[in-house]
Design a protein. Sequence first.
Length: 358
Amino acid sequence: MLNKFCFEALDKYLKDVLRFDRGYNPDAPFGGKIVVLGGDFRQIFPVIPRSSREEIVHSCINASNLWQSCQVLQLTENMRLCCGSRDIHGVQLEEFATWLLQIGDRLIGDSTDGESVIRIPDNLLVNIEYPCLHDLVLFVYSDILLHSSSVDYFKGRSILAPTLDVVTEVNNHVMSLIPGNERVYLSSDTLINEDGHLESELYTMSTESLNALNCSGIPQHRLVLKIGVPVMLLRNIDQSNGLANAGCNTGEIVFIPRMNMSPNNDTLPIRFTRRQFPVALCFAMTINKSQGQTLSTVGVYLPRPVFTHGQLYVALSRVSIHSGLKILSVGSNGKVSDHTINVVYRKVFTGLLRNILP
């Protein structure tokens, strides 16, 4: 979803480009040209480190001064779900689609300051008494030993989790089930000496502490792989040849170099560069990373609840059919729970209706 700052930057850019166009209107947004933007206010908002709820809501497009010039076109049919005939299967799909919208709009569950406790339908729960990640893995990656050498087997399957630490736990567990010898690749981490940092301060960070940092967007210091395991690229290397996050050249043999990467994380007290292969295991991924994908089989692993607007809706709506979804939610007592927390900031929906075209 574009935030209001991208929206205003696009307005300025188009005005500069169209300045010499005959239809140019300097007083109109985007120079008087029609611009089509796509987005879903039910999904995850722009990520702003260490921000408050108000700052997150204010970063959305409808907080921009340009929003009054926008008109909203609504899509009314869930094209991701394979809607069938009016048999029992089709009715269940419709009920699932309706439930997803209620999750996205926070129309079900008790509400407390943006959070609501919702009940998970029985047919979506992993049928176990005590939390066991392995049972969820067996649902998503059934007969994994028979298909581990197939390049297509992993394409439509994933386990989604709220945080990077949980994703790492899941990835390590699933890879332990794959036969073969492990190959370990260690990174070379270097502190960046920036203005304002004294040399003595730089040396207080030990190599071990630097190696232990695990940030979104960069690979781990200790990268453990096996032949045949699926990986995702963390950098777009060569989009024309399919070496990108959304590349379509599955099964092609390519060479991937080590790269220097720096985390874009303002919460870190220091800046550093990690030289490592730009890949990560992808048996599991964060819910934020899954946004925009369509999968056939999804396991949602919630050892802790979601923590920001739209995360639960995104996680539950990645599947193309309801029977391809299972949820493992862990309660505060350490047992499997049929309830979880949903976070929706309904304030962001304010003002949408008056911009909707009839």
